[in-house]
Design a binder for this molecule. Structure first.
Ligand code: SAM
Length: 215
């Protein structure tokens, strides 16, 4: 994603009631249900960008709490502008690097993870930074409930193939997989992300897999 420094974004984020900053996450660990004021399941999107997907999901599913995790203020601020308008009570955001995800959530606290169009980190020496690498799967295991799963979408075939292999090697179970989501039976009910719209308009097929730990 091309990042521009958005003037005032840090201040806007610091002042928002919908954001937890990286320096505040340890206070929230194990207490997210208190923040939402209910016991509904918690779903997160890691690397949510400008937040179109997670906002649409939060609107469609008021019975689920959503948390968008994003590393960069300049991107997160765009999601906040939308949330300031819609004020969805079941949606908030964390500005943090997902490498620290275990500092934000207690084991079992997260009921579902969405990874949408994650950065590909194409160089082999950066493979560990991919959000679908074995290192990240181990982190997710430490925050997920027993029944939790992951949905991963991308148009980047090398990243997708790497992710399928990582999942298999880590002993995860792939419930379903498609290499052309929009022309598959799974297209119905699919909620598009910003990147998904852009890349599918360019003619790129979208890959998607749904997977979970074997218990
Ligand atoms: N999910 C959105 C979509 O599909 O439209 C945005 C995709 S964009 C290519 C990837 C996003 O992930 C960027 O906003 C980037 O800043 C964020 N990101 C990448 N690595 C991250 C990390 N380690 N922790 C949190 N966010 C990350």
């Amino acid at each position: 994603m091309r990042l521009r420094n958005v003037k005032g974004s840090r201040e806007t984020i610091a002042a928002s009631e919908y954001v937890v900053l990286e320096e505040q996450i340890s206070e929230m660990k194990g207490r997210w249900h208190e923040r939402f004021g209910n016991n509904h399941p918690i779903h997160i999107e890691i690397g949510m960008g400008k937040g179109r997907f997670i906002m649409d999901m939060a609107r469609l599913h008021p019975e689920i709490n959503y948390i968008g995790v994003e590393k960069f203020s300049s991107v997160l601020v765009r999601a906040l502008e939308k949330q300031a308008e819609h004020k969805l009570p079941n949606l908030c955001f964390i500005r943090m690097d997902a490498e620290l995800i275990e500092d934000a959530f207690e084991k079992g606290e997260i009921d579902y993870i969405y990874l949408n169009f994650s950065d590909p980190w194409p160089k082999d020496r950066h493979a560990k930074r991919r959000l679908t690498s074995d290192r990240f799967l181990a982190r997710y295991t430490n925050i997920m409930s027993d029944e939790a799963g992951i949905t991963f979408k991308t148009d980047n075939r090398p990243l997708f193939d790497f992710s399928v292999e990582s999942a298999k090697e880590a002993g995860w179970q792939i419930d379903n997989i498609t290499y052309d989501l929009h022309n598959s039976p799974y297209a119905e009910g699919n909620v598009m992300t910003e990147y998904e719209q852009r890349f599918s308009e360019q003619g790129n097929p979208i890959c998607r897999m749904v997977y979970r730990r074997r218990n």
